[in-house]
Design a protein around this ligand. Sequence first.
Ligand code: ADP
Ligand SMILES: N[C@@H](CCOP(=O)(O)O)C(=O)O
Length: 326
Amino acid sequence: MAVYTDISETDLAAFLRDYDVGELLSYKGIAEGVENSNFLLHASSGAYILTLYEKRVNPDDLPFFLGLMQHLSDRGISCPLPVRRKDGTTIGQLAGRPAALVTFLEGMWMRRPTVEHCREVGAALAAMHLAGSDFSLRRANALSVSGWRPLWERAKPRADEVAPGFAEETEADLAFLEANWPADLPVGVIHADLFPDNVFFLGKRLSGLIDFYFACTDLLAYDVAICLNAWCFEKDNSFNLTKGRALLGGYTTVRPLSDREAGMLPVLARGSALRFMLTRLYDWLNTPEGSLVVKKDPLEYLRRMRFHRQVRSPAEYGLEPQGATA
Ligand SMILES: Nc1ncnc2c1ncn2[C@@H]1O[C@H](COP(=O)(O)OP(=O)(O)O)[C@@H](O)[C@H]1O
Ligand SMILES: N[C@@H](CCOP(=O)(O)O)C(=O)O
């Protein structure tokens, strides 16, 4: 689920009076998602998504997230567009939470992405990176290498409850990543959570990207590594080289990777697997029994980490020679 905060029709109608969206026709909570409360809302002017930002979102970050969606949309990236209030701002208050209205994006996410979907998402990620290059706001990535150890220290004492040897294995990966994380790769705006549930398709064609609430300023190639993890592994945890080739092919057609970025892919992919393993592990151990959130399995990402540990070259992810420069 993701409706943590309930709203009354009266409060919603009052909230909407600050917008030029017409009359409220209907609204209902959306079960998907894990971070914020989302509602699908129909007004006489069209369909919208209303988001109430919950406690993991820092209100100070909202101008970055909403400004980024506006910026990307202005540059032709299909993503939700924040709706301006009558006073020109995009952030309001509803039920005691910061809240925003964004445009509704048509399409649905792919439960079983194909090779073609992987190619499309690679190209869309690269287009987003290029479109973000002149975005003026910055946001540090709290979930990059320096943020992993504090998260790990909180989960480590109970990690072996999930699988024997989990703590020792993760400790070794974390130490390796802290010692080998690159600092010299191209930086820009990254989505940082471009999983299949955040990419919509209409038929075979990608119709848009959503959920920019982990977006930040970080290594562009790290975003590619996140997508390799999220899109190119099968249910049995095997890496699908054909999907990897398609995703990387789609990406590099739009934005070639430098030799250095390509060479660091195994480290970046291992780090990205650790990052999602850590947040999943933390949630696994701390989400109260009986809550309506679908917990995600940290072991899936432990298995990906094991895979990346033995990768020696970007060709093992399907990267074709690109004639790249350093
Ligand atoms: N702009 C949008 N257009 C259409 N559906 C959306 C839009 N934004 C969110 N949704 C729907 O809401 C769900 C949860 O949104 P998401 O941003 O992923 O939430 P969370 O940040 O809580 O994970 C999505 O899976 C999708 O069904
Ligand atoms: N993609 C993350 C969890 C964040 O979920 P989202 O619904 O906000 O995309 C994971 O799979 O661990």
